[in-house]
Design a protein around this ligand. Sequence first.
Ligand code: MG
Length: 384
Amino acid sequence: MNKTVSVLGSTGSIGTQALEVCEKHGLGVTALAAHSSVELLEQQARKFKPEYVGIFNEEKYTELKEKLSDTNIKIVCGMEGLCEIAALPQTDIVLNSVVGMVGLLPTLTAIDAGKDIALANKETLVAGGELVMSEIAKKGVKLYPVDSEHSAIFQCLQGNKRSQLSKVILTASGGPFFGKSYEELRNVTKEQALNHPNWDMGNKITIDSASLMNKGLEFIEAKWLFDLEPDQIEIVVHRQSVVHSAVEYDDYSVIAQLGVPDMKIPIQYALLYPDRVSCPTGRLSLTEYGKLTFEKPDIETFKCLGAAIKAIKLGGAYPCLVNSANEEAVRYFLNDKIKFIEIGEIVSSVLDKFPRSSVNSYEDVMKADSEARKYVRDYIADLK
Ligand code: MG
């Protein structure tokens, strides 16, 4: 394999697994970037010898520069640094696994520079879906989904006619609180919310999985990635996380992608597409699982999910507003400032509090983002 990759978010869960894939299959690593984990970033830089290393947190720039002062690696920082890395001419594919809204501008920059994208940053499409998809079409670059569900849908589309797709079945693990009533959710703790049954992920996405916001964000992403109407997406709770999603065609054949719940499979498919080569993850044994179950999601109890679906149906800036409100609310929850159920209350209240507005540019997205964050800060200040 002689592809070269730049990894944005290299010290996170997806980033570290992506580097394992690069190592196993001999992909060149042109650049690495992380938010602020200087030590791991230094180790990765020494191992993979990229030309560039970026650190988003500018306060850590000097520390990183000193640590790597015996190398020829160029060190960059801040959003400018991320964007410089996203556009390097010597890179074939940019893996964006940055967490949060921060990921949007580097994605747009990479597209503008004609790079193919392996996308693990949800916010890119949730907040800027219309904008990003139109830029992709203009530049003719490829967008490979990394998220397990979207990778599954992408895999189920291979060899079939997109015009004959009738709907998409997006599976959800249901998270640690599946089956709980709204009353029971009142007193769940941060530790319980951080304890996901199937997937090992970063804190933000683990909380989003517990609140089902993660599935709401994936619903919105699926709409943009595969050009679907919201009514063509069905969410099905599947506790075992073995069926990663499925596509139904006009003949009512349903094609699903299955595998053990391990992100290395979708990461590898995105980076090596269309090759399917040995993956360090284990084989799926269906008889070991024995039973696979499928149930309806509870969008009344899990308010975040209901709000996200409503937001994409309403369109305009609403998906961006619910996403940013959620990001801010989760931050407060992780800092023990609000309760778990308040995340859903805050996120769903956004739909009533903001008038409809459209999103035509990066600036429009950022405006909606800062308004939603301010709204959450004021909401929480009023609680006190
Ligand atoms: Mg997922």
